[in-house]
Structure formats: C-alpha cells, structure tokens
Write a protein that binds this ligand. Structure first.
Ligand code: GZL
Length: 352
C-alpha cells in the first residue's frame, strides 16, 4: 500500500457498520449497461466553472451481473452526485478485464481527481496502477481485492470470513450429520469467489463427514447458476444434500433447475441451500424457508469511499483498509449462533 498523500492510519483497518443508505427498487441495470467502457460518462453540463468546483471521480465497476451489483452501482450513483460535490465518471466493464483496464486508462487520460476500481479479477493490475501512480491520481480499490498493493486505500468486505460463516453455520445445522456438497462458485478469479471458497473449505476440512462432490463457476449470474445446477443434477442426482451458491442470483438459478428436476430444497426439502449476498430477494426466499442460510455481503460502500476521498482532499489521515461489516440470516425456526432468524420486520428494514 503506497503512501501518496498525508500519512494514513498506518496498518489501520476500520470496520464500518453501514446502515443501508441507498434507495431500493429501481433497477439501474439498463442505465449501467448503457455506460459502455468506450465512453466513460462525464458530467454533460460542460460548465467548466461548475465542474471545476466538483471533485472528479472515476468508478470502474465490475458490470451488471447481479442484484448485488445493481445495489452497489445505485449506491455510488446516489452518493457521488453534483449536489454532494462530485462529478462521477461511471463505467460498467460488463465483466471484461480488458474493458475495465481500458476504463481506468481513460480516467487517467481525463486527469480525474480520484479513481475507484471494483476489480473483476485479482490479477493484471500492476501496469495500469503504475500509470495512475505516475499521473499522481489516488486509487481506491473497492468491493474486491487485487494482487497488487500499488493503491491508496481499500473499502470492501471480507469474503474469507463470509465463507467461514457459511461453513460454521452448516456445521451447527448438521450437528455431525453427513454432507455431500455441491458448490456453485462466483466469477473465476474474483476475490469474492476465491475468498468464499477458501473460507468455506477451511471449515469443511475440519469435517471428515463432509464431502465436496464438485465445485464450478456460475459467474455470479442466475443463468450461470441454473446451467451449473442442471449439469450437477445430471452427474449427482440423489447423491447431494447441500448446495452452496456464492451469490443469490446463482441460488435463484439453482432453485429453478431443482424445481424442473423435482428436487426439493430449503427447510422442508431434501437439499440445504446456502447463499451469499443477502439481497432483498435472497432474504425473501430465506424468510420463506427456500434458502436455509444467506450470508450477507454489504454493497453499501460508496459513503465510506467518499469519506476516504474527503480525508485525502483535506490532507488528513485515512484508513488504509475499511472492512464493511457483514452478518448472516437463516430461515424462520432455525436457531443459530452464527446467523439471525429472518423476520418480515428485518426484510422490510433492509436498504437493498
Ligand atoms: C462481493 C461481490 C460479488 C457479489 C456478487 O463482494 O464482489 O459480486 O457477491 C457480485 O453478487 O456479482
């Protein structure tokens, strides 16, 4: 981690508890999809004087693959507004690494004040981060981690801890019973997928009565989850009793595939479903007993990124790493030391 500006809180890792700040409901997927990498969106006002007063921020977003991503995008677009003092250049990289790196290069050419990156993959960032460093533009890595340390701050969640939570809950729920597990992983090379796999497997290694039959990427999408689950059913029907989906959209696809095959799941079914993200619809399924456990990954991170930028602007100390706190939820009737029993009140109070 480089020290570009005033010294940071050395080695400081903040844990932030975000009270959901984004509105709910509207799907910005179409809007996000319109922002192709070829044209980083900038303020159309063209008013140099006005934009000169605004802090220019480039956000290179993963894509629009999931409900979580939509909530994260909406949070940034609701936070980095002109009335809040920002000019946001938002690029939806559509889950393509080269497109995302091109977007960052565009931000550098535009000499933006700050660059925020939600990296699709952990690898491949050294060169473009060196270019941002040479251009004197601070870089904040958000949501997911990267292999390089050539950036100024990180704001995101702890995916390894999320995987450990899922494993600990399963151990508590099974209480020694056998588990034959299928895993629908997230996008290949994404730290969110790598971390959840590492965390869950670290617990699975402690359970000799557990077998992970197969693990394949569903790319964090509903169609990917359905395709992988259909393939798993062909290979393992009747052999599995747990499906771990590394995000809610994959879980929806897996449920569709199991419905089509007449396989029951959830608290009253033959198959336990564990999911990640705890988005609104995921928690709706959890409340309905279709998802047994949904481990939260909080997408409401833009306000924290804005606080880091404000500290940089003021030449003040800022945290090198801020881990956004997560929780976990289980279906009604399940008692757990690792997760909260879902209620309608909790669902109604969620910001995403
Ligand atoms: C997690 C985030 C993941 C979500 C998915 O931090 O990067 O990407 O779990 C999203 O829903 O697609």
């Amino acid at each position: 981690m480089k020290r570009r500006l005033v010294s940071t809180l050395i080695g400081m890792t903040m844990v932030a508890v975000m009270l959901g700040g984004c509105g709910g409901g509207t799907d910005t997927t179409e809007e996000a999809a319109d922002d192709t990498a070829a044209e980083a969106e900038a303020d159309e006002s063209g008013d140099e004087a006005a934009s000169g007063d605004l802090i220019t921020v480039g956000y290179a977003q993963v894509g629009h693959e999931s409900d979580w991503r939509t909530a994260n995008t909406e949070n940034y677009q609701n936070t980095f507004t002109a009335e809040n003092g920002y000019e946001l250049s938002f690029v939806d990289a559509d889950n393509d690494n080269a497109t995302q790196i091109e977007a960052v290069r565009t931000f550098i050419q535009q000499e933006l004040d700050y660059i925020v990156i939600a990296p699709i993959e952990t690898a491949g960032w050294d060169t473009v981060l060196e270019e941002a460093d040479s251009a004197g533009i601070p870089v904040i890595i958000a949501d997911r981690e990267i292999d390089s340390d050539n950036y100024d701050a990180f704001v995101g969640t702890d995916s390894v801890a999320e995987g450990v939570t899922a494993g600990n809950w399963l151990g508590e729920y099974l209480d020694g019973a056998e588990a034959n597990i299928l895993v629908i992983e997230g996008s290949v090379g994404a730290s969110a997928a790598l971390g959840r796999t590492e965390g869950f497997n670290s617990v699975a290694d402690e359970h000799s009565e557990w077998t992970i039959l197969d693990s394949q990427s569903g790319d964090f999408t509903q169609s990917g989850g359905q395709e992988v689950m259909e393939s798993f059913i062909k290979s393992y029907e009747g052999q599995f009793n747990v499906v771990v989906c590394q995000n809610d959209n994959e879980a929806y696809g897996a449920m569709d595939a199991m419905d089509a095959a007449g396989i029951t799941y959830g608290v009253d079914g033959d198959v336990i479903i564990i999911s990640f993200d705890a988005t609104h619809d995921g928690l709706q399924y959890t409340l309905g007993g279709k998802i047994n456990c949904d481990v939260e990954c909080n997408p409401i991170q833009a306000e924290i990124v804005a606080e880091v930028i404000q500290a940089m602007e003021a030449g003040e100390e800022y945290p090198e790493r801020t881990i956004v706190e997560d929780s976990a939820f289980v279906a009604p009737g399940i008692e757990s030391a690792f997760a909260t029993e879902m209620t309608q009140e909790i669902l109604d109070g969620r910001a995403y």
